[in-house]
Write a protein that binds this ligand. Structure first.
Ligand SMILES: Cc1cc2nc3c(=O)[nH]c(=O)nc-3n(C[C@H](O)[C@H](O)[C@H](O)COP(=O)(O)OP(=O)(O)OC[C@H]3O[C@@H](n4cnc5c(N)ncnc54)[C@H](O)[C@@H]3O)c2cc1C
Length: 441
């Protein structure tokens, strides 16, 4: 993407976001206003309005709208969603604390003797919001299975936003006119509807376009490639580097919906390929799938893709199974007979874990491709790079002329943190640095 367009989109989206979270304050200030109650009370109320607006927008960020995700990438969008969730938590908590400090009588809001349903609802919101943040940050340490985290995350979020809206309507201070109440109800229900859209409408669309597993084969140690073809329809078109959400089995409504990058060439989409590494309960069972198995795809998503034109080539850094979207890009470049110069730094623990090793070697004949393998536990006789991908290694092996190059990083968290930080310190512009994290919560 050209720099001007990138920055224009960034400024536009950030501007729209800020305008939307401040919109409740503007709406509250319209029409005949009730008497002012002192700065801190109004400030505390403002925090609550903005916090709830941010929570409502969280549903928009995760509604899988391509228009929102594509300029910056799903990864950046989900990181933003995560940070916005934490900030909105502090806004809601700030709302409570400031109002209590400004007037201790506000404690009656939590007094069950005054209004039991209200106090239960408000305490519930605070507990649910705390759980939303803590379980997201500590899910793995808490041993919470991803699917259950995702289910509870959605339900908790729905409850919080619904109770938040009811709280605003019941306090009623700035929403006395019916039209203001209507705005809150409609926007809250619309935000909640987006979750229903992702969990019900999208799977319903997928149900009409099933796919069949044609072949499954071992690609490397504990790594399997699935060949998939559309069953009775034209299938989908994707850009190399994108991913799809996949559900295996009888229904696309299953909680077991997992994201996998296309590993096949985008220039040949009559058969799609996904390459899956055994990692947890679901992926460890993948080898048991048999040809003929029905599956459902939702996508394509993601912006881990080469720009339409303009760059002089690409520098790819892959760690482990992070090679899959990069393999799709390389295969596509090969099919397009791309003549630009590309570099691939590919790290894995052992040679046996390097998926696509032979094909990448063959690609060197068709593409202007330099490959640097980095093995953490090499076997005897290995002459390539050893250890982890480090800053020193990047400085040593990356081409010296990196102007107009697009950067792609996909792999384990520590590797991504290091590589992204290094590239940023080298002055790589955000618009040419593409990062895909496989761990989204
Ligand atoms: C954009 C994207 C592209 C990916 N592409 C590939 C790929 O090409 N090949 C590959 O092997 N892996 C890929 N992954 C990772 C893959 O989705 C997870 O490894 C897989 O879902 C793990 O499931 P599990 O139950 O076996 O493991 P678990 O041990 O249950 O989970 C391991 C981690 O995977 C993530 N995860 C688990 N379940 C889900 C789910 N339903 N939805 C989203 N994330 C989940 C969580 O972060 C979790 O901590 C990709 C992930 C993302 C986000």
């Amino acid at each position: 993407m050209n720099p001007r367009r990138f920055w224009l989109q960034l400024v536009t989206w950030v501007g729209v976001y800020i305008a939307l979270i401040l919109a409740p304050l503007v709406v509250a200030g319209l029409g005949t206003l009730p008497p002012a109650r002192g700065f801190w009370i109004e400030f505390g109320v403002g925090l609550g309005f903005v916090g709830l607006a941010m929570l409502g927008l969280q549903f928009v960020l995760t509604a899988r709208f391509r228009q929102i995700a594509e300029p910056f990438g799903t990864d950046a969008l989900l990181q933003f969603h995560r940070q916005a969730g934490i900030v909105s938590y502090w806004f809601i908590l700030g709302h409570v604390i400031v109002l209590l400090l400004a007037d201790f009588d506000n404690l009656t809001f939590f007094d069950p003797r005054v209004n039991a349903p209200r106090s239960v609802a408000l305490v519930t919101v605070l507990i649910l919001m705390t759980l939303l943040v803590v379980l997201t940050l500590k899910r793995e340490r808490a041993g919470l299975v991803y699917e259950w985290w995702r289910l509870t995350h959605g339900i908790f979020a729905l409850l919080v936003v619904f109770i938040g809206m009811a709280h605003i309507l019941m306090v009623g201070y700035y929403v006395a006119p019916l039209w203001k109440q209507a705005i809150w109800v409609v926007l809250t229900l619309a935000a909640m509807g987006l979750l229903v859209y992702v969990r019900l409408v999208k799977p319903l669309q997928a149900l009409k376009h099933p796919y069949t597993l044609v072949d499954i084969r071992r690609e490397a140690e504990r790594t399997w490639t699935l060949d998939v073809k559309p069953a009775g329809h034209e299938g989908l078109r994707f850009k190399a580097g994108q991913f799809a959400w996949i559900t295996f089995g009888g229904s696309p409504f299953s909680l077991e919906q997992h994201p996998f990058s296309f590993s096949s060439s985008a220039a040949r989409n009559e058969r799609l390929q996904f390459t899956v590494k055994e990692l947890g309960d679901f992926t460890s069972e993948i080898q048991r799938l048999a040809p003929g198995q029905r599956l459902y795809l939702e996508g394509p998503y993601g912006a881990f893709t080469l720009g339409e034109a303009g760059s002089d080539g690409a520098l790819f850094v892959a760690g482990g199974i992070g090679i899959t979207p990069i393999m799709s890009i390389l295969r596509t470049l090969r099919d397009q007979q791309d003549s630009r110069s590309h570099t691939l730094i590919y790290g894995a623990r052992r040679l046996e874990e390097l998926a696509f090793h032979d094909e990448i070697e063959q690609m060197k004949a068709a593409l202007n491709l330099q490959v640097i393998y980095v093995l953490d536990e090499p076997s005897e006789g290995w002459v390539g790079e050893q250890g982890y991908v480090t800053r020193e290694l990047l400085e040593r092996v990356c081409p010296t002329s990196l102007a107009d190059v697009e950067y792609f990083v996909c792999g384990p968290e520590p590797m991504m943190d290091l590589v992204e930080t290094t590239f940023r310190q080298w002055g790589v512009p955000l618009r040419t640095l593409h990062a895909e994290r496989f761990n989204i919560a």
